[in-house]
Design a protein around this ligand. Structure first.
Ligand code: AMP
Ligand code: GLY
Length: 432
């Protein structure tokens, strides 16, 4: 296998790290990658919105497998582009086509899909420009808080939760009439607020069968105790003990199986990852959102726990033989803590020198980093993900935080409470 990974975050670092345990460095390319991915393969400076350029690189370098990390290229139809191109159609794109990627690319599509296939999700209605009054009327049928979502991709920022009806109405106007999220908010979804605790499930599909990966929980808010604005994710842990066997069986029966059956029924040949963003309300799982890719930083705790070879999973998927794979996971807990730049998720500075020493108890996945001469500099909001194993969640987290003491850059920021909610929950249940 000669593989090109698209992206430059912690998720793509984790893919390259895992693949490099199985494949020689010469067979792994990352576009554009970061300072860390250089350990596992070759970084290539490609413009990810230029599919011609990506295709040309694949042909010239005999790439046989493409692994898009993020949603933009998938929603933009990179698989269709490769499949419809005479010179590229034999390259295996490990991701859904444009229709499959709509699970993430359009909230309206995914909500319709869930309704059609009886998959539990919050009650909702969609509205377009000109339907503001109907949107206000629908808001009045709901109890606060109000959840208003841009239909299209908005870099993880397209969900606004409003406490008052007045704020909710203003948000409707801002999205529909004032292009709050550009084209992405030409259509909006308003939905009922679900009160519960979130957990994410991940599956890999070859279009016929699927395998499950370990579940994870991420921490989206910038501030401790889940305060402040949303980020891409400030940390993650896996496994999540409240997602016990009974809950998992409900997730499989009520959500995962109907999702894959629905995709087949819609004639969508879904290949690659499905990320099920779930919320446990009482004892029951509901879907908050689908993503057509792995999560970041969830990948940094899920992949270290996967014992199987990822390249083998991808190869078996190519031959539609995923049913022959028995996924096996490390039993230990894995935690990751994101180190971010000062100011993130707002404006932040780049180019700060990163010092790292003695972090051998952890795996340090690079995200926003770049090499300059002999230095590694910050080059993004999320800079490094520090992942560690432990026989308990606290032990895993202790190791991540100990390693963080050995890392520094100007303005370094991170959450000190990753996993603490789950530890408290386990103490309450007497499992600690
Ligand atoms: P999304 O981008 O759809 O995952 O939404 C971002 C975040 O908003 C989720 O992780 C939830 O914390 C929250 N959220 C979205 N939809 C709902 C809902 N119906 N009820 C409660 N919280 C929600
Ligand atoms: N960590 C959330 C996401 O990847 O969407």
């Amino acid at each position: 296998m000669k593989i090109l990974i698209l992206g430059s975050g912690g998720r793509e670092s984790a893919f390259a790290w895992k693949l490099n345990k199985e494949l020689p460095k010469e067979n792994i390319f990352i576009a554009p990658g970061n300072a860390g991915t250089l350990q596992y393969g070759t970084n290539v400076n490609l413009n990810l919105s230029n599919f011609e350029e990506i295709g040309k690189f694949c042909i010239e370098n005999n790439i046989d497998t493409l692994l898009p990390g993020g949603e933009d290229t998938l929603v933009g139809g990179i698989r269709n582009f490769f499949e419809n191109h005479q010179m590229l159609k034999n390259i295996y794109v490990f991701g859904p086509d444009e229709r499959g990627a709509m699970l993430e690319g359009s909230k309206d599509f995914s909500k319709n899909f869930m309704t059609k296939y009886n998959i539990p999700t919050a009650k909702y209605k969609s509205f377009v420009k000109g339907e503001e009054q109907s949107a206000f009327n629908f808001l009045e049928t709901l109890n606060p808080p109000y959840v208003i979502k841009a239909d299209g991709l908005a870099a993880g920022k397209g969900v606004i939760i409003c406490q008052s009806l007045e704020d909710a109405r203003d948000t409707v106007n801002e999205m529909l009439l004032q292009n709050m999220f550009g084209k992405a908010s030409n259509k909006i979804v308003i939905e009922e607020f679900l009160n519960g605790i979130e957990v994410s499930f991940f599956a890999i599909s070859d279009g016929s069968d699927y395998i499950l990966l370990p579940e994870a929980k991420d921490y989206k808010k910038i501030g401790e105790n889940d305060t402040g604005p949303n980020t891409g994710g400030m940390g993650a842990v896996s496994p999540v003990l409240f997602a016990d066997e009974n809950f998992k069986q409900k997730v499989i029966k009520n959500i995962i199986n109907p999702t894959f059956n629905g995709l087949k029924n819609e004639n969508i040949d879904y290949v690659g990852f499905v990320f099920f963003g779930l919320i446990k309300v009482g004892e029951n799982p509901f879907v908050i959102e689908y993503n057509c890719r792995m999560g970041d930083p969830e990948t940094e705790v899920v992949l270290p726990r996967l014992k199987n070879s990822l390249s083998e999973i991808i190869s078996f998927s190519k031959h539609k033989k995923l049913n022959e794979i028995s996924p096996e996971f490390v039993k230990d807990f894995c935690s990751t803590v994101m180190l971010v730049s000062k100011g993130y998720p707002g404006n932040y500075e780049k180019g700060k020198k990163i010092e790292i020493s003695n972090t051998f108890e952890s795996i340090v996945f690079h995200a926003g980093t770049i090499n300059e001469g002999n230095y590694i500099l910050t080059n993004g909001g999320r800079v490094l993900a520090v992942s560690s194993f432990g026989s308990s969640l606290s032990e895993a987290l202790d190791k991540s935080y100990k390693s963080i003491e050995k890392i520094n850059f100007e303005g370094i920021n991170f959450r000190r409470d990753i996993g603490q909610d789950l530890i408290k929950l386990e103490v309450q249940h007497g499992n600690y």
